[in-house]
Design a protein around this ligand. Structure first.
Ligand code: B3K
Ligand code: ZN
Length: 891
């Protein structure tokens, strides 16, 4: 906590480190109340640096002793202000010995060294290592680490750190030790240690090269029956990275450790990944299909960081997307490749784009908007955002779209050839892509430096006389906090043209030779580089229906004036599954916006309004098309979320949007009742549970059908849900049934909720689901949430639990959160302030909920602003929360 005005850090101010560190030796005497850390650093002055003083960072540390080249550095030999320790006039070669003390038990921020359920864990990214010892804690200082851990043997039988175990033994007096050596140079943010009572599932795994490695998944006793899926996912990741990118595991031992108290999903510490239990523990009883998929992608993500992040790391934190955007892209491709089928890949792509639109588009349009490579920050932890991750991944994907898979691979190969073992920048990555393919990618840089979501307007013209079809694309980008005017982006726009039978036309673009091995292509990537460009297709025999931005080839908003009938046609025929889904979403969005306007004009909604649009028919056709993949159907039959609809309105009216979405769901439920019931019955998955893509898709569609049927809210529907709840042999079906029961007037509703709690009382991750489901239920208001906070199982200290109730309500129940009396906002302010005192990172995430306050109707806006002001003026604000609320309130 700090009371001084926090500093803004600028990218333009980057200077190389004054000293390089060659080796780091650390000794830990682990004690939950007071842990002593002795560190020896060998350092040498960096010839690239003009500044000569030796700079170390420390945070919340007691400095016990400081020695340089064998001599104690007295109080006059250094300065220590605001966490910056400077030794002036240090010699060229330095051996520094530092002794520090910390209090792991009191560390509720979960950064640095802390305890969780009595065991020790660390989290160092971005700047947590400085909570362990004084160090030049910046990613461009890479060193080799040797670590000795000492602790009570019975209380902490397992002692882990990065790299290889080189020695272990007893110290007498009931204590023992272990020495770990990491053979690779690494930045301090990848340091990790774990100590405590843990057990592991381990496997020997033979790499493609023939080398054998040891894989371990460490958990608390009692959770060993929940590690198999994480282990399988790890093996799949190791295999995939060799097959797709030629990247092999470089260590002899790779460990994953699960911890219940963790700020985010997981952390890629070298050889010792630390994971939130949510992304490790799974068995059919406690985990849903979504959980299984999440584990696979997070295990993959952290493993892939071993090359993209660890072997080649970031020069400074402004380059964060260099590793995060690229690694998200890699984990997305990994999951898609594992599904294997074309339709499965499309489903994965749609899911990823949904996240982008639901979370990143609003961020890019709000007060916290920032470029993929930001120019400034106050607290770096606030910049682990959907822009850095998800938009960053889209930027990487665009290289692949522009260069082709092989071209992209060549770029990756050159990137590692040039930069292995280095700390580099986003420009270095772009240069590798450009040089490996002999392409000019200079304009592409704007994707890194300009924030905001570009809009593309497409205007089409068919000339029957000369049989040409022209598409004019015009780009624009709304202003964002740091940039009012934008330059034109380099945008790949994948396009296809459908003939009247819905078949792809062969494409020839004027002025280009498109014949690919003699056979004409049916999808072309147009490169939009100017503000406006016209692309002319020749030999177009009839007026086509265009399919634009296939597979979502760029993270933009595409504005095309389609007639309802054209959308229905695309939904039924487009060979590009993404655009088939997209057409249905456009149709639904159009209807939802029109109905919202009607609600705001005090017009009653009636079923007639459903059929005015082609929506009901389109849904029916999709439901009856037995050739479609159930996973795709589920996505196509899900209406745009309330948040996504909100982003389309000039002034957000959360109540109108909610009323419309519920109305449409009810209307679709009764109009298509029989079809839903058929879908329900025909997508059952009897027998042993398996999280494979086909079964997952079926369960998804079946449970969506169930949720529509429950909109009818009659005794038959209640019975169907109750029956599923009672007989489910897996968590996916169990929680789906419970969730629809909770939103209904079913007589068994409360009993089911109570039963679920009792059944899973000792499974923390399931109790999180129990809180979350209630937080998002339609009739849960602020008072109910405040009551739930009094439940003995609730605590603000555990991030998963806080997120399950408070975040789920504030972000996942917009109609109740935006209660007209402002009680939701008051609740939000209370929780941000309470969390700020415990865990600034979690508090700052919650603070982001109010980002878009200026888009709401004046009456709500005023109350939102008041709540923001209350937080802003609360005492002892962390710089995390302060940055978010200050930026939200800025004019
Ligand atoms: N690199 C970590 C995130 C660290 C967040 C620090 N506040 C996990 C990941 O992206 O893989
Ligand atoms: Zn990552």
């Amino acid at each position: 906590m700090r009371t001084d005005t926090p500093l803004t850090i600028y990218r333009k101010d980057y200077t190389p480190p004054t000293y390089r560190v060659d080796t780091v030796e650390m000794g830990f005497d682990l004690d939950p109340d007071l842990t002593r850390v002795a560190t020896r650093l060998t350092m040498r002055r960096n010839p690239d640096s003009r500044n000569k003083s030796l700079v170390l960072f420390g945070d919340s540390l007691e400095l016990v002793q400081l020695r340089m080249n064998g001599k104690e550095v007295g109080k006059r030999g250094y300065t220590l202000t605001n966490g910056v320790l400077e030794i002036h006039n240090a010699p060229e070669q330095v051996t520094l010995e530092i002794e520090t003390a910390t209090h792991p038990n009191q560390n509720t921020s979960l950064m640095g060294l802390y305890t969780s359920n009595g065991n020790f864990f660390t989290q160092c990214e971005a700047e947590g290592f400085r909570k362990i010892t004084f160090f030049p804690d910046r990613p461009d200082v890479m060193a080799k680490y040797t670590v000795m851990l000492r602790a009570d043997k019975s209380r902490y039988p397992v002692l882990l750190s990065n790299g290889n175990l080189v020695e272990e033994g007893d110290l007498g007096d009931g204590r023992h030790y272990a020495v770990w050596e990491d053979p690779f140079k690494k930045p301090s943010y990848l340091f990790a240690l774990v100590a405590g009572q843990l057990v592991c599932q381990e496997e020997k795994y033979k790499l493609q090269s023939g080398r054998e490695v040891l894989l371990q998944v460490w958990v608390e006793e009692g959770n060993l029956d929940k590690t198999q899926h994480a282990m399988d996912s790890l093996e799949n990741s190791i295999r995939w990275d060799v097959e797709r990118f030629g990247l092999e595991l470089d260590l002899d031992r790779f460990m994953i450790v699960a911890v219940g108290d963790f700020n985010m999903g997981a952390m890629e510490n070298k050889g010792l990944n630390i994971f939130n239990t949510k992304y490790v523990l799974a068995n059919p009883r406690i985990a849903t299909d979504t959980d299984y998929a999440g584990i696979e992608s997070v295990v993959g993500h952290e493993y892939f960081h071993n090359w993209t992040g660890n072997r080649v790391t970031c020069r400074d934190w402004f380059q964060l997307s260099l590793k995060e955007g690229l690694t998200v892209f890699r984990d997305q491709e990994f999951s898609a490749d594992l599904i294997g089928t074309e339709s499965g890949r499309a489903v994965k792509r749609i899911e990823d784009v949904r996240v982008l639109r639901q979370a990143q588009f609003p961020e890019d349009a709000g007060p916290m908007a920032h470029p993929v490579r930001p120019d400034s920050y106050v607290e770096i932890n606030n910049f682990y955002t959907v822009t850095i991750y998800e938009k960053g991944s889209e930027v990487v994907r665009m290289y692949q779209t522009l260069l082709g898979r092989d071209g992209f691979r060549k770029g990756m190969d050159l990137y590692f050839q040039r930069h292995d073992g280095q700390a580099v920048t986003c420009d270095d990555f772009r240069a590798a892509m450009a040089d490996a393919n002999d392409r000019d990618l200079s304009q592409f840089e704007l994707w890194y430096s300009q924030a905001g979501t570009p809009h593309i307007k497409a205007d089409m013209q068919y000339d029957a006389g000369i049989r040409t079809y022209s598409i004019t694309l015009t780009q624009s980008c709304p202003p964002t906090p740091e940039h009012a005017k934008k330059q034109s982006f380099h945008i790949p726009v994948a396009v296809g043209l459908l003939d009247r039978n819905g078949r792809d036309m062969p494409l020839t673009l004027e002025g280009q030779d498109n014949a690919d091995n003699g056979s004409a292509q049916t999808t072309l990537v147009l490169e939009l580089k100017e503000q406006s460009q016209t692309f002319v297709f020749t030999s177009v025999a009839e007026p086509p229906v265009p399919s634009i931005l296939r597979n979502f080839s760029a993270p933009v908003v595409l504005d095309v004036e389609y007639a309802d009938a054209e959308l229905a046609f695309l939904m039924a025929n487009d060979s590009d599954a993404f655009n088939r889904w997209e057409a249905g979403q456009r149709l639904a969005m159009r209807r939802m916006l029109a109905l919202s306007a009607a609600v705001q004009g005090d017009h009653a909604l009636s079923n007639a309004q459903l059929d005015e649009g082609a929506l009901g028919n389109a849904f029916r056709a999709t439901l009856r098309d037995t050739t479609l993949d159930p996973a795709f159907c589920e996505l196509a039959l899900t209406l745009p979320s309330e948040t996504v609809v909100a982003e389309q309105m000039d002034v957000i009216d959360p109540h109108a949007i909610h009323a419309v979405r519920v109305f449409l769901r009810r209307a679709l439920a009764s109009t298509l009742k029989v079809d839903w019931l058929v879908a329900y019955q025909s997508n059952r998955t009897p027998g042993t549970y398996s999280p494979d893509p086909v079964s997952t898709g079926k369960r998804g569609l079946k449970n969506l059908a169930l949720s529509y049927v429950l909109e009818i809210d009659d005794a038959d529907a209640h019975r169907l849900a109750q029956n599923q709840y009672d007989n489910a042999n897996n968590m996916t079906d169990r929680i789906a049934a419970l969730s629809v029961l909770v939103n209904s007037t079913a007589p068994g509703r409360d009993a089911a909720l109570a039963h679920f709690f009792e059944e899973f009382e000792h499974e923390a991750l399931v109790i999180d689901k129990w809180f979350s489901l209630q937080a998002m239920a339609r009739n849960t208001d602020v008072a109910t949430v405040r009551e739930l906070m009094k439940h003995p199982a609730f605590t603000l200290k555990n991030p998963n639990r806080a997120r399950s109730l408070i975040f789920s309500f504030c972000n996942g129940n917009p109609a109740q959160f935006h209660a007209v009396d402002g009680s939701g906002y008051e609740f939000w302010a209370d929780q941000v302030i309470a969390l700020n005192a415990i865990n600034p990172q979690v508090a700052a995430r919650l603070a982001r909920t109010m980002d878009r306050w200026r888009k709401y109707a004046p009456a709500l806006q005023e109350k939102m602003r008041a709540a923001l002001l209350r937080v802003a003026s609360a005492g002892a604000l962390s710089k995390d929360v302060l940055e978010v609320v200050t930026k939200s309130l800025a004019e």
